[in-house]
Design a protein around this ligand. Structure first.
Ligand code: PLP
Length: 426
């Protein structure tokens, strides 16, 4: 099952039932797994044999869904996590510890920014945030002796900037570290960062991958291409013996293809336990079967809404990279050939109160702290997610008091546009 197109892999990837086995992946609702001898079990604990023994570390249902996402991204190994936040945390904590440093794009999800700049800083990991449009000089000077990774988002939430993945990968590799890309908004349907040099991909599967507001989840995928063994002093966790597993060395035992994900499972899941529930992994896998169909429709609706808004006299500006003339249109043509996503952000002419009034008048679009759902939803950042910020602080975060973030769902685009039209009327 290796040469199918991505649409086919959405449905058939990750799980191949044998004669008489269920068409759908089984939900293995069990904390533990039974063995005949303690010797069998000991081999699992020493990572000498592969198998399941406790669902805090690994579960077959999760692994079917992870294998599908791995296939879609073109990776070598993948794991699910309980949330996108857990995926971002694990992706870095797996290769960086107290005293280390990470270079990160300043255009990232607010939750990730908080995780990095507050919580992980308290753990002793320092982040330098750079504008994705910084000069080569600024980029180079962000790196330090102890830098362990570069982190960025394909399409940033909520800034909607598009990442120049090749540029970021080149800088990361020139400094001997991997590029980690959060590919949540584009999904592998619209962009596969490994094809442009990224080394590790993370997802909040809560967004388009689920797409029905049914579950919170995350995923980490490894390309298997970053050669940790070239920098054994920089990545001792992968290149020197792990005493908590009787001295195995991950890169030696599992190769470049398996070392990173095996270490994250064996150490981080074991100790921190941010595992996806098998029920949620089942729902995720079910949703992934239609991801390619849904993404196409989200993009069609996004473009139709962006065009309508950009021609509306009450609208000051629209951000949507598939729109001709958008600041990121050229990058989108290179990295997002089939479209970007369904999220459009726009600023209205008038005041903060006018923006709130328009939100109140919307009937089809629901107000929700969410994006990437089958239902169209929207948010006024200045009165919700960014409520604590002054107008000055808002502007530094790339948002104005008149910005509305509008996530186009799967409804008929004429209905979505009619709703916006009536809300924008006097
Ligand atoms: C939502 C989101 C996250 C966090 O994911 P959760 O599943 O909510 O923990 C991370 N990155 C991006 C781009 C997101 O949109």
């Amino acid at each position: 099952m290796s040469n199918f197109n991505i649409e086919t892999n959405c449905i058939r990837g990750g799980y191949t039932p044998q004669n008489g086995e269920p068409r759908q992946i089984p939900i293995v609702q069990s904390t533990t797994f039974k063995y005949d001898t303690s010797e069998d079990m000991a081999k699992l604990f020493d990572l000498e044999a592969s198998g399941y023994f406790y669902t805090r570390l690994q579960n077959p249902t999760n692994d079917y869904a992870a294998a599908k996402i791995c296939k879609l991204e073109g990776g070598s190994a993948a794991m699910l996590t309980s949330s996108g936040q857990a995926a971002s945390f694990f992706s870095i904590f797996n290769i960086a510890s107290a005293g280390d440093h990470v270079v990160c794009s300043s255009c990232i999800y607010g939750g990730t920014y908080n995780l990095f700049s507050v919580t992980m800083k308290r753990m002793g990991i320092d982040f330098t945030f750079i504008s994705p449009e910084c000069t080569d000089e600024e980029f180079n000077s962000a790196f330090k002796e102890n830098t362990k990774a570069v982190f960025a988002e394909t399409i940033a939430n909520p800034a909607l900037t598009v990442l120049d993945i090749e540029r970021f990968a080149n800088f990361a590799h020139a400094h001997g570290v991997p590029l980690i890309v959060d590919n949540t908004f584009a999904t592998p349907i619209n962009c596969r960062p490994f094809e442009w040099g990224a080394d590790i991909v993370v997802h909040s599967t809560t967004k388009y991958m689920d797409g029905h507001s049914a579950l919170v989840g995350g995923c980490i995928v490894d390309s298997g291409k970053f050669d940790w063994t070239k920098y054994p002093d920089k990545f001792p966790g992968l290149c020197t013996p792990d005493e908590s597993y009787h001295g195995i060395t991950y890169t030696e035992r599992f190769g470049l293809e398996g070392a990173y994900i095996t270490k994250a499972t064996a150490q981080l899941m074991r100790d921190l336990g941010s595992i996806q529930s098998p029920q949620n992994a089942y729902l995720l896998n079910l949703s992934l079967e239609s991801l390619h169909v849904r993404m196409k429709r989200h993009c069609e609706n996004g473009l139709a809404v962006a065009k309508f808004l950009s021609n509306h006299p009450k609208v000051e500006s629209v951000k949507y990279c598939d729109l001709e003339g958008d600041k990121y249109h050229e990058l989108a043509k290179k990295y997002l050939k089939n479209g970007s996503c369904g999220v459009v952000s726009f600023e209205i002419k008038g005041t903060r109160e006018d923006a709130e009034k328009i939100m109140k008048k919307l009937k089809l679009a629901i107000i929700a702290t969410h994006v990437a759902d089958a239902q169209t939803c929207c948010l006024h950042p200045a009165s919700s997610t960014h409520r604590q910020m002054s107008d000055d602080e808002l502007s530094r975060a790339g948002i104005s008091p008149k910005t509305i973030r509008f996530s186009c769902g799967l409804e008929n685009s004429a209905d979505i546009i009619a709703d916006l039209a009536q809300a924008l009327e006097d």
